[in-house]
Design a protein around this ligand. Structure first.
Ligand code: IPE
Ligand code: IPE
Ligand code: MG
Length: 249
């Protein structure tokens, strides 16, 4: 997409296009509370949350943010009532089936990260299909963390690296940041510059622990289903007011 593309005109004028994050990660929290406030069952919050994610993906794409990673389901979320877990798994599958064509047409490159092998087989099939179909796309990198745990990701990487050492293909001294990166689920993806968490919780809940080393953290009290274009605008204004030092002066 070029700078003169009509879609990009949508970007608020008070944002500096040169200082946008290259990668936004989002913890989409507060679906249940949103529903409760309205006297609705929790699942209605999850349904509405899908629309919010669609809107965010579209904004990032239109405004020139090249990567978006969304936390959809944590390894800890299996601890929720079975009914809610089953609803979410079905929802993910249905949404993926419904939205894949449009995302593909928009040149979105879709990727799922997490322990995908433990997801229902029919969901895995949709995930595989979506990743294979959009693999060659060159537009926004859209990553969905599903059955994702940051600690588990690091453990998986450690196991893979330990095997290489055991087989004599790598010396312990050779294990550095680059080797680690190569064994993460997010291999090849830049680290998030900005983490957005909705619904006011000041924690990262096992999300992208390695990759978040220098992310700017933005927490808003807005509940995820209400997170819209203006919410993103505010998060980006806040981000652009930060001074990132990376340990230097
Ligand atoms: C986030 O919303 C969605 C998932 C974890 C799947 P929640 O379901 O955690 O909503 P709250 O935190 O209970 O409001
Ligand atoms: C984090 O939200 C996980 C996702 C958004 C998928 P949670 O609602 O599970 O996090 P906690 O339990 O408040 O830490
Ligand atoms: Mg929550």
């Amino acid at each position: 997409m070029t700078a003169s593309s009509p879609l990009l005109q949508d970007r608020p004028l008070d944002l500096d296009p040169e200082r946008l994050p290259r990668h936004i990660a989002v913890i989409m929290d507060g679906n249940g509370r949103w529903a409760k406030q309205k006297g609705l069952p929790r699942i209605r919050g999850h349904q509405k949350g899908v629309d919010a994610l669609k809107g965010l993906l579209r904004c990032c794409d239109d405004w020139g943010i090249p990567a978006l990673t969304a936390y959809a389901f944590s390894t800890e979320n299996w601890g929720r009532p079975l009914e809610e877990v089953e609803f979410l798994m079905t929802l993910f599958e249905r949404v993926l089936r419904r939205e894949l064509r449009e995302m593909h047409e928009k040149n979105v490159q879709i990727r799922f990260v997490g322990n995908l092998g433990a997801l229902p087989a029919s969901l895995q099939a949709e995930i595989d299909r979506s990743m294979a179909e959009t693999e060659q796309n060159t537009g926004i990198q859209f990553t969905v963390a599903t059955n994702y745990g940051g600690q588990q990701e690091i453990l998986d990487a450690c196991r893979a690296i330990a095997r290489l050492v055991q087989e004599g293909r790598l010396a312990p001294e050779e294990i550095d940041e680059a080797v680690m990166e190569k064994h993460l689920y997010t291999k090849g993806l830049s680290h998030p510059d900005l983490l957005i968490r909705t619904s006011g919780e000041m924690r990262i809940s096992n999300f992208l622990l390695w990759q978040m080393a220098y992310a700017e953290i933005y927490v808003t009290s807005t509940l995820w289903p209400d997170f819209d274009r203006e919410s993103l605008h505010q998060a980006l204004l806040d981000f652009q007011g930060r001074h990132r030092r990376f340990g230097k002066l």
